[in-house]
Design a protein around this ligand. Structure first.
Ligand code: MUC
Ligand code: MG
Length: 392
C-alpha cells in the first residue's frame, strides 16, 4: 500500500481549521501499577496488582486522547511487559506517528506495523488513544467511527481465581446477590487436576445448574490430561473450556476439541488474524476470545470478528483485566459487532482497588453499559494516575 495515497485523500491534503487540526503533536506513555482487590491466579502467573501503560496522545487542536496497554504478571501471559511496551512506544511507535493525521487510522496502523513487528498491546493502546482523540474532536463516540452500535449493553462474566473454593463460592454468591454477574470463569491449572476438579464440584454444587461455568486452563494441560479430565468437566456441565493445551500445540488442541461435547474457546493460540484463520481451519475450537492485546488495534479486532464469523466460530469478548479505559475501547468495538454470542468478561474495572478514570463504566443487571460520550466516553482521574504511576 502506498501511504502517499492515503495522505492525499480529499479533505486531508489541505491545512485544517485549528479546531479540526488532528495532526499528532505528542505521545506520552506512563507505567501504572494498580492494586487488585484480591490475589488473581493463573496457571502461569499470579498478580496482586495490574500493570498498565497509559497512553496520552495530544493533537495539534489541543485535544488529548487516552489509551491503555494491559499486561498480566510481566511478560508471562504474553511476551509484552510494561517495560517493553513503554520502550516500544517511546523509541519506535511514537516517532513513526508524530506529525501524522490521527484521523487516518489505517495508514497509521500500517506505519506502526512498519516501525515494529508484533508488540500488539503497545500498538492497540496507541490506536485507542488516536480513536479517542478523533472522537472527541468530532463529538462522536468511538463506536460511531467503527460503524455504529448494534447494542448498548453487553453481558459480563466474573472470574474466580483465588484458588480457595470456599472463598470463591462466597465471592460468586455476592456477585449474584448484587446482580452484577451471573456467569463465572474459573481459572485452572495452578493446582493439581484433582484439586481443580474438587474446586469445580464445590462451585457447581453451591451455585446450582443455572449459572454458566467456563474454565480457563491457560495452556497448562497436556493432551493426555485433557483426555482424562474432560469427562469430569462434561459431568459438571461446564459450558466452555478455554485454551486447555499450550498455544503452539495446535494439532493437539484440534484433537482434544474433537473428543469433547464442550466447545473449546481459542485464546492464546490465536493472536494475529492469520493465526486465527489457521486455528479455525484446523478446528482447534469453536469460539474465539477477542482481545485488543492480541489483535493490536480496534480495526484489526473488528477484522478478527469477521474472520471468526466466516469460519462459523462464535465470539467471546475477552479481556486482560483492563481498567475502564481499556474496557471502554473493547466496548466500543464489541458494541458494533453483528454477533457476540458469549457477551464479554470485562470485569477488570471491578477487580481494581481504584479505577483510572473519574467515572468508571456502569455495571448493572449483569451487564456493562457501553459508554455513549464522545471518544471512549471516559475521562482520566489525574490524581489516581499520579498516585499509581510507577516512581522511576
Ligand atoms: C485470560 O487468559 O483469559 C482474562 C481473565 C482472566 O482472569 O485472565 C485473563 C486472561
Ligand atoms: Mg484465557
Amino acid at each position: 500500500m502506498s501511504l502517499a495515497i492515503a495522505e492525499t485523500v480529499p479533505g486531508h491534503d489541505r491545512p485544517a481549521e485549528p479546531a479540526r487540526d488532528t495532526r499528532i503533536r505528542s505521545i506520552a506513555a506512563t507505567i501504572i501499577e494498580a492494586p487488585t482487590v484480591r490475589r488473581h491466579k493463573l496457571s502461569n502467573t499470579e498478580i496482586s496488582y495490574q500493570g498498565f501503560v497509559l497512553i496520552q496522545v495530544q493533537l495539534e487542536n489541543g485535544v488529548v486522547g487516552i489509551g491503555e496497554a494491559s499486561t498480566l504478571g510481566g511478560p508471562r501471559w504474553a511476551e509484552e511487559s510494561v517495560e517493553s511496551i513503554h520502550a516500544a512506544i517511546e523509541a519506535y511507535l511514537a516517532p513513526a506517528l508524530i506529525g501524522q493525521n490521527a484521523m487516518l487510522f489505517e495508514a497509521n496502523a500500517v506505519r506502526m506495523s512498519k516501525a515494529a513487528t508484533r508488540n500488539f498491546a503497545a500498538k492497540a493502546a496507541v490506536e485507542t488513544a488516536l480513536f479517542d482523540a478523533v472522537g472527541q474532536t468530532l463529538g462522536l463516540p468511538v463506536s460511531a467511527l467503527l460503524g455504529g452500535q448494534v447494542r448498548d449493553r453487553i453481558g459480563v462474566i466474573w472470574a474466580l481465581a483465588s484458588g480457595d473454593a470456599a472463598q470463591e463460592l462466597e465471592e460468586a454468591r455476592e456477585k449474584l446477590r448484587l446482580r452484577q454477574h451471573r456467569d463465572f470463569k474459573i481459572k485452572l491449572g495452578f493446582n493439581t487436576p484433582d484439586v481443580d476438579i474438587k474446586r469445580l464440584q464445590h462451585l457447581r454444587a453451591g451455585l446450582g445448574d443455572e449459572v454458566k461455568l467456563i474454565v480457563d486452563v491457560n495452556q497448562a494441560w497436556s493432551e493426555a490430561l485433557c483426555i482424562r479430565l474432560f469427562p469430569a468437566l462434561e459431568e459438571l456441565g461446564i459450558d466452555l473450556i478455554e485454551q486447555p493445551v499450550p498455544a503452539s500445540q495446535r494439532e493437539a488442541m484440534a484433537r482434544v476439541a474433537a473428543r469433547t461435547r464442550i466447545p473449546i474457546l481459542i485464546d492464546e493460540a490465536a493472536f494475529t488474524n492469520t493465526e486465527l484463520a489457521s486455528t479455525a481451519a484446523l478446528a482447534c475450537g469453536s469460539v474465539y476470545s477477542l482481545k485488543l492485546v492480541k489483535s493490536g488495534g480496534l480495526l484489526e479486532l473488528k477484522r478478527a470478528a469477521g474472520i471468526a464469523q466466516a469460519f462459523g466460530i462464535e465470539l467471546y469478548g475477552g479481556c486482560l483485566l483492563e481498567s475502564s479505559i481499556g474496557a471502554a475501547a473493547h466496548m466500543a468495538v464489541f458494541s458494533t459487532l453483528p454477533r457476540l454470542e458469549w457477551g464479554s468478561e470485562h470485569f477488570g474495572p471491578r477487580i481494581l482497588v481504584e479505577d483510572l478514570v473519574a467515572t468508571p463504566l456502569i455495571f448493572n443487571e449483569f451487564e456493562i453499559q457501553v459508554p455513549s460520550g464522545p471518544g471512549l466516553g471516559v475521562t482520566l482521574d489525574e490524581d489516581k494516575v499520579r498516585f499509581m504511576a510507577r516512581k522511576m
